[in-house]
Design a protein around this ligand. Structure first.
Ligand code: ASP
Length: 350
């Protein structure tokens, strides 16, 4: 006889392809969450209970608004003691943003919060939803000596577990949709799930929920050869942005073109913060590597180190949404590692 199930994992459903089925016309529509048992009968065979929570209306994650981040964090915080872990079913398009936001909102997390989704809907024959959901649940329920194995917000996709705030969506059509280019995988699922515990972010202190209004007073500016001051001025002189994320070349380089440098300089002098994030997928910003990077240090641009663009944006919105803007305070807060989203210069071996 099967052992009676004691523990549980909470499955939170927000929408996305994974949770869609094709209607009679072949169009993808979100399924009624009650149907999950019939679509995934394997759920019954997991050694713990699955409890459900769903947003009022499932969304395509391209329509995501930051309010959902706070809602998810509140549900997890209020259910925190009841479950071994949490799985969030989410569209892939903005999953990396959401996983980053949750890693900031859920301070000193000690349990797994595993985002997953799929490239093909759960009702399709070749769907990747089943494997992704079932293994994400196993990871959320994994315990060693009565303690959760995974203590952080992550993304599970195509046999790999990544730190959420290090992840990017890298492919629109491969099953291997995610990667964390600047951080090793946290686990790999083969016949066994192999956890790479040395890489886990282990928080010290007790769990609490953080608040933020996630201000959108941030803009991004991507450099390209031939760019002129007309591309730059509308952003640097606008009253709408407190922070500009500059997407530079290589290790954090920008053209020496005086009109562009002047526009950026005027912006920092006027109290805006400019954060330097590289256009490269891997590697980090070290502004003083080249003359064309050092000029940015001189005008007060701060290094975004090895943050992904997604993490840089969400971190900016998170900090801006926590109080009134002050450029000095913002810079200090931005340079503090909140939840393992970046590698500080001291962690880096030359
Ligand atoms: N557009 C969908 C979404 O992000 C794509 C997906 O789920 O994979 O909700």
């Amino acid at each position: 006889m099967a052992e009676p199930k004691k523990n549980s994992v909470l499955l939170l459903y927000t929408g996305g392809t994974a949770g869609m089925i094709r209607n009679k016309e072949g169009v993808l529509v979100p399924f009624d969450f009650e149907q999950i048992e019939s679509l995934l009968p394997e759920l019954d065979r997991l050694p713990f209970h699955i409890q459900h929570w769903a947003t009022k209306k499932p969304i395509d994650s391209s329509n995501l608004k930051p309010d959902l981040w706070s809602e998810l964090a509140e549900v997890i915080a209020s259910e925190y003691d009841q479950h071994m872990g949490f799985v969030i079913l989410h569209g892939t398009d903005t999953m990396a943003f959401s996983a980053t936001a949750l890693s900031f909102l859920l301070k000193n997390l000690g349990k797994p919060v595993v985002f997953t989704g799929a490239q093909l809907p759960i009702g399709d024959i070749r769907t990747d939803a089943k494997e992704n959901i079932l293994t994400a649940l196993e990871i959320a329920g994994a315990q060693a000596m009565g303690m959760p194995v995974v203590p952080e917000v992550c993304i599970y996709f195509d046999y790999s577990l990544f730190r959420g705030n290090r992840s990017i969506k890298q492919s629109s059509d491969r099953f291997e949709a995610f990667s964390s280019p600047n951080f090793p995988k946290l686990a790999e699922a083969g016949t066994h799930i192999r956890f790479h515990q040395d890489f886990f972010h282990r928080a010290v202190g007790s769990f609490s929920i953080q608040k933020s209004n996630f201000s959108n007073r941030v803009a991004t500016l991507r450099l390209f050869p031939g760019m002129g001051e007309n591309h730059v001025l509308p952003l640097t002189t606008s009253p709408h942005w407190d922070v500009i994320i500059l997407r530079t070349y290589g290790s954090g380089n920008a053209p020496s073109e005086p009109t562009i440098m002047n526009a950026l300089k005027k912006a920092t002098e006027a109290g805006k913060v400019i954060v330097n994030i590289t256009q490269c997928t891997t590697g980090r910003v070290v502004q003083d590597t080249y003359e064309v990077g050092r000029q940015l240090t001189e005008i007060g641009v701060i290094e975004g180190l090895d943050l992904t663009l997604e993490a840089a944006l969400v971190k900016t919105m998170f900090i801006l949404g926590q109080g009134s803007f002050d450029s000095r305070r913002f810079k200090k807060a931005f340079q503090i590692n909140i939840a393992g989203e970046m590698t500080a210069p001291t962690d880096f071996h030359h």
